[in-house]
Write a protein that binds this ligand. Structure first.
Ligand code: ADP
Length: 524
């Protein structure tokens, strides 16, 4: 008897296990079907986000012949019809938010993307700054800070935003959420919208690729590659995240941001520049500037680095360029950022003889596409960056009519950078990091360093006290269960100066060459 009930328990247990397994498999199958359905419909970013969330679990499977999500649904519908003589009701509209919804939509109107044409506000002539010192005025007014008196003057002067660093990406995401908006032409379920890792920063929904006219076979594949690797909904860099570079910021706003924001002002002789070159030493913030344009204007951001075009798509680079521009037009307003331009568009003479036929075709395609942009009214801007502008092909240079130097940080900017990355008190996550630094002296010490060099020096200086506690931490793990209370030593001016002696600025020697080039080629 006992034996029998044990047997039946075992059988029941096995059946339950098989059931659970089946449920798990069903869920997995569903995700795979959704993934392929999204891809098929051209919702490539959503599919990529789903794949990332499942750690690449869905991409590894394909759907069997004659099966897809739509078909499964159709089968269910016919089954329902046969059983109940009516089709099933699968979805219903979500409840009307009423009052709240109005409040929300009115606030989103205030944050219309730059692409939407807004009526120009009336400006009292007395408010118009005298020409030439507009930038200085802005800086001076930001001096009267909005947060209260705790911020030292230099922080507000250089647009420094310590709080965003302290709050981390989560804080920024929360801020960005305020500006979130949707494209009324597309409706992707919220579940999909929230799936991407950077979905919090997603400012507008991209149109599905299924509506993209240039799509066919190979092109579709290239478009999918670009979508996966190259474009970002919003790179999430604000103007205030860029320290110093006031002139460059002003020029970039003038050349790209305002034409997108106030298109009615930029017609005829003032029609916007289509190509802009940011040049200067590496690590000075060229990429940051391009990303700020995309973030602040909510344009789709296509980030192309030369090395990725050249190495990944050797044979296909030319087609890739074509699809890239078509996609940019499709998702307009868009910013195409071509990083390390000199590696794709070096002077033809420089690589004479050895130049690869494919690479030549790709260069030509890039020039053709830029000409196409110049003739069109599409809101697509090419922002190119180069560390070695003198190596650039002249045909390309002619198409990048507006050229802006992004130079090494000035003394106040260096000071602002150090106090930004090493404020008197910050947190490394688990422990507090204190510094006692004479920012003025340190700013002198890092003369000739780029922003990225200075960030590295700050990181290294912050690492010193952390390194000292590793021994204590390591020995602790062998013994007690309780973590020792950790107190980091304060980072001092001497520590920082010591780090400087071991690091060399990467581009100081080239500065003369940039200024000489600037004299010869700077536009306007
Ligand atoms: P580039 O494109 O000019 O080579 P990046 O814009 O990629 O340089 O800058 C590299 C890194 O250096 C940035 O991610 C940032 O951390 C730091 N950095 C450089 N310049 C600045 C700046 N002006 N303000 C803030 N951070 C900067």
């Amino acid at each position: 008897m006992m034996e029998l009930s044990y047997q039946s328990m075992k059988v029941a247990h096995q059946a339950r296990e098989a059931d659970e397994l089946r449920t798990e498999m069903r869920r997995k199958n569903l995700l795979i079907l959704i993934y392929h359905h999204l891809l098929g419909q051209g919702y490539v970013s959503a599919a990529v986000a789903l794949d990332q969330e499942t750690n690449g679990g869905v991409r590894r499977f394909e759907v069997c012949d004659n099966i897809d999500l739509e078909m499964v649904l159709m089968e269910y519908e016919s089954y329902h019809y046969v059983k109940f003589q009516k089709y099933p009701k699968l979805i219903r509209r979500t409840a009307e938010p009423g009052e709240n919804r109005n409040a929300r939509s009115s606030s989103s109107i205030k944050r219309t993307p730059c692409s939407a044409v807004k009526p120009l506000p009336k400006i009292n002539p007395s408010q118009i700054p005298k020409s030439g010192n507009g930038a200085k005025r802005t800086t001076a007014s930001s001096h009267t800070n909005e947060n209260g008196s705790a911020v030292p003057p230099e922080l507000s002067e250089f647009g420094l935003n310590v709080s965003s660093i302290r709050n981390g990406p989560a804080g920024e995401a929360a801020n960005n959420k305020k500006g979130q908006m949707t494209d009324s032409k597309v409706s992707i379920p919220d579940a999909v919208k929230g799936a991407g890792s950077d979905s919090d920063h997603m400012e507008r929904l991209l149109k599905p690729l299924s509506g993209f006219s240039g799509m066919s076979g190979e092109m579709r594949e290239l478009a999918a590659i670009i979508s996966r690797d190259i474009y970002l909904h919003s790179p999430n860099v604000r103007w205030e995240d860029i320290i110093g570079l006031e002139d460059a910021k002003r020029l970039v706003k003038e050349a790209v941001v305002y034409p997108i924001k106030y298109p009615q002002l930029f017609t005829g002789i003032l029609s916007p520049w289509k190509g802009l070159l940011l040049y200067g030493p590496p690590g000075t913030g060229k990429t940051l500037l391009a990303k700020a344009v995309a973030t602040e204007c909510k344009t789709t951001f296509f980030n192309i680095s030369a090395s990725s075009i050249v190495s990944k798509w050797r044979g296909d680079s030319e087609k890739l360029v074509r699809v890239l521009f078509e996609l940019a037009r499709y998702h307009a307003p868009s910013t195409i950022f071509l990083d390390e331009l000199e590696s794709v568009m070096s002077q033809r003479g420089a690589s004479m003889g050895g130049e690869h036929e494919g690479s030549r075709r790709m260069k030509t395609e890039l020039l053709v596409q830029m000409d196409g942009l110049a003739k069109s009214k599409d809101l697509v801007f090419v922002l190119a960056a180069s560390n070695l502008p003198w190596e650039l092909d002249h045909a390309m240079l002619r198409r990048l009519e507006k050229r802006i130097i992004v130079s090494l940080p000035s003394s106040p900017a260096r000071q602002a950078m150090i106090s930004h990355w090493l404020p008197p008190l910050s947190s490394t996550g688990a422990v507090e990091l204190r510094t006692e630094l004479d920012y003025e002296t340190l700013a002198k010490g890092v003369e000739g360093y780029s922003g990225s060099d200075i960030r590295l020096v700050c990181k290294e200086a912050a690492m010193r006290p952390v390194r000292k506690i590793f021994d204590a931490l390591e020995s602790h793990q062998d013994g007690d269960t309780e973590m020792p209370a950790i107190q980091l030593e304060t980072v001092t001016t001497a520590d920082f100066l010591e780090v400087i002696t071991h690091t060399k600025p990467s581009a100081r020697n080239l500065m003369d060459k940039y200024t000489a080039w600037e004299r010869e080629y700077e536009s306007v």
